[in-house]
Design a protein around this ligand. Sequence first.
Ligand code: ACO
Length: 312
Amino acid sequence: MMTNRDLESRVDTTDQWIVERTGIRERRIAAEGEATSDMAAEAARRALASAELDARDIDMIIVATVTPDMPLPSTAVFVQAKIGARNDCAAFDIAAACAGFCYALSIADKFVRAGAAKHVMVVGVELLSRVVDWSDRSTCVLFGDGAGAVVVSESRGDGRGILSTAIHADGSYASALRIPGGGSAEPASARTLELKRHFVEMNGREIFKVAVKNLSSASAAALTAAGVAADDLDWVVPHQANLRILEGVAERTGVPLTRFYLNLARYGNTSSASIPIALDEAVREGAIKAGQSVLFCALGGGVAWGSAVIRW
Ligand code: ACO
């Protein structure tokens, strides 16, 4: 665990600045030697236990991440081997930054509805501590490492499950949040290392504004598509990036902040992992109960954003 006080000794920042601007108090950092697929596999095993399924029941594994073990092969195939899934199930990664979980959930829902898969493992996992510049106070205070997973299965016909999903992107914001080095545009070299092109770069203000606007409209549209009125919604489990962004979304959608399940104070922004981590905590605490309606919404680099409404 790394607290804001720990960060005070690394960069020119204060606990007060971080709490006031973001709501974050501490974040988790993966152990040295731990890879993204290790955390993803652990989350997947716990999701299997909750769903009372065996790894061999899984037809498809989707891992949402922008911090894969390596560029090739996908992190999903490592997860497949680590959890002991069948060696002919589908496995692939989705790169939609903080919206990755919503994207993966939407894809899983479509495969299951089409009858092309019975049980899809959806993992959101991020090891951002490895791609953050720990000398850049404008980014390093924001992020944390984490993993969460759900299994999307065929409907039991009891009205519970995924009611609606929607995914979107606007590439005109592509440079607002990125890791420019290490891909085909800027292959890794001594020069890209020297220029710190392998670290997260962000225009925080630009992302902040588009996040409030797009998350609010996507949330309203998701509720309409699911036939759930804002007043009847039990919970919002949003991507946990910044408390002030969520205050803006609450104001614009008319869903009070008290109905947002928030845990970013303890984890920071874990990108595609934040929704499944918060969902897991909310369910285990008994906050989210069977039959309640829950809205997921997330926006991140791309910008890519998405939403879903489920009946738990
Ligand atoms: N500690 C102290 N001071 C800091 C720090 C820090 N950690 N970081 C920046 N500052 C300073 C800046 O240098 C600036 O100083 P100046 O006025 O002397 O130039 C001042 O604080 C204000 O900086 P801003 O960037 O304007 O601060 P802002 O109020 O916009 O807050 C923040 C920055 C928290 C990054 C905000 O823009 C934000 O949350 N944006 C959303 C970004 C985000 O969450 N991205 C994650 C991925 S996308 C997503 O998940 C939605």
